[in-house]
Design a protein around this ligand. Structure first.
Ligand code: ZN
Length: 171
């Protein structure tokens, strides 16, 4: 089988930031997948699975309630490698367009106080797999990266041009 596009990016050169992972056209609409990269892969420790699960719940709750973006959110969830998350939105915004939403969401998570939303056996498939303290710690670190020096460009030269001249990363 062929290597799927998102594995073609050189993961040894990725640094934390927000990247356009892929752009799909469904009917007449664009759907954009963002790589919300929180850790430098294979270099610094990945996020603990419990903390990532908690970040998933809190950030999902925030972005699906955000007045500006809630109608455009298709999907939010962690990467299996635990170094970041995927955000899928309607349309074709840039990473810089998404940045304020991600700063709001991760600051909300970093300051979260109370019961983790949905962390109960009715709403979650593994409700004891949570760690709020580590989620707050990791969210604060990433919020600080987003507010200081986030990267927006994948470390790859591979780009594809569509018939319409739209250039996007081949991933
Ligand atoms: Zn859950």
């Amino acid at each position: 089988m062929e290597l799927i596009p998102s594995f073609q990016v050189d993961h040894t050169k990725i640094v934390p930031g927000i990247f356009e992972s892929r752009l799909d056209v469904i009917g007449k609409e664009y759907v954009t997948t963002f790589d919300i990269r929180m850790k430098k892969p294979n270099t610094e420790p990945a996020i603990h699975i419990n903390a990532m699960h908690t970040i998933e719940h809190i950030v999902a709750t925030f972005i699906r309630n955000d007045k500006e973006w809630r109608d455009r959110i298709i999907y939010w969830g962690p990467m299996g490698c635990l170094t970041g998350c995927y955000l899928i939105v309607k349309g074709h915004p840039t990473g810089k367009d998404i940045l304020p939403l991600m700063i709001r969401a991760f600051e909300f998570c970093a300051n979260y106080d109370g019961e983790v939303p949905g962390a109960n056996p009715v709403n979650c498939g593994n409700y004891i797999l949570h760690d709020l303290n580590m989620a707050l710690y990791e969210a604060k670190l990433y919020a600080e990266i987003l507010k200081s020096n986030p990267c927006f460009e994948y470390p790859t030269e591979k780009r594809t041009e569509t018939e319409k001249g739209q250039i996007f990363y081949d991933s």
